[in-house]
Design a protein around this ligand. Structure first.
Ligand code: ZN
Length: 299
């Protein structure tokens, strides 16, 4: 089962690559990265060319996505280009399951404000895959994350139920409700004041199959997996989490971690260990949109 899913993911990524290649002449504007914070204007007498690429035109604001796979299937992104330009994307799943409201009411913390504060203090860009239920529980935090240019919010379903039959014991979403799981989440984001959520979707548990990819094709999302598992879910040993990440990261990697004190209490400290070490190794932290934009430009 897992093998066939992996093979499918590889096939879809390849299919997306080929399809994008064919379409890149017309899709070029949508392939540009999202605009960054405004650059300082250059003086006419600046003696040197800027170190970085020129800022994209302000008119181009659509985030980069991958072109659909074969037969219009939702494309799947796993990691960025393995180039000498050492970029890495830390991603944080803000998990809250639809039936966890009573536990939150009883005092359980599905959020992790200290983690967000640490990312801000360390100036680490990050992508937060948030469930709609999480945004409903923590609308002020959702809005604060969504409006901070350091971060981007992406979709992790409304309920955090599985999109395949056998996925870590999660309840399963029926096929006819898969699309609404995605759409209901964007509605929850907008209600919380997040109008700029990315067209990226992470399957709960990372579990998907061809049926799920087909069910989501009309939403226009790019599915985002990862190539580095941090192992932070239910971990209590920050050193072990940091070690696993540091051993797994390669240029272009997407690291999956969690933004919930309840189920990932070691993550914030692990981030404080990981960030300086990767920077020492020459890595630059970017958001998933930047990796997808870079992957697209190389096709
Ligand atoms: Zn999750």
């Amino acid at each position: 089962m897992i093998t066939s899913v992996r093979r499918l993911a590889a096939a879809c990524a390849l299919g997306a690559a080929l399809a994008t290649l064919a379409a890149c002449g017309t899709d070029r504007p949508s392939a540009s990265p999202a605009p960054q914070a405004p650059q300082a204007p250059q003086t006419p007498q600046a003696p040197h060319a800027p170190q970085h690429a020129p800022a994209p035109s302000p008119a181009v604001s659509r985030p980069p996505t991958l072109a659909p796979g074969p037969a219009g299937l939702t494309p799947v992104f796993k990691n960025g280009p393995r180039t000498p330009d050492r970029t890495v994307a830390l991603t944080f799943d803000a998990d809250m399951t639809a039936d966890e409201g009573p536990r939150a009411a009883a005092g359980e913390h599905f959020d992790n404000p200290q983690l967000i504060a640490t990312l801000r203090a360390l100036k680490v860009p990050a992508t937060v895959f948030m469930t709609g239920r999480w945004a409903e529980e923590y609308p002020i935090q959702a809005r604060s994350i969504g409006r901070d240019p350091l971060f981007e919010i992406a979709n992790h379903s409304y309920s955090h139920y599985a999109f395949t039959g056998d996925c870590y014991g999660l309840p399963t979403v029926s096929e006819d409700r898969m699309r609404s799981e995605v759409e209901r989440t964007y509605t929850a984001f907008r209600k919380a004041g997040v109008d700029n959520a990315m067209p990226y979707f992470r399957f709960p548990g990372g579990c998907y199959d061809q049926k799920a990819l087909r069910a989501l094709s009309a939403t226009g999302v790019t599915a985002v997996q990862w190539d580095v598992v941090s192992g932070d879910a239910f971990a209590t040993d920050s050193d072990a989490v940091a070690k696993q990440v540091l051993e797994g990261v390669k240029p272009g990697s997407v690291v999956v971690m969690h933004c919930t004190r309840s189920a990932a209490p070691a993550t914030e400290r692990a981030v404080r260990l990981i960030v300086p070490e990767l920077r020492k190794q020459g890595y630059r932290f970017v958001k998933v949109s930047q990796l997808i934009g870079a992957a697209d430009r190389r096709r």
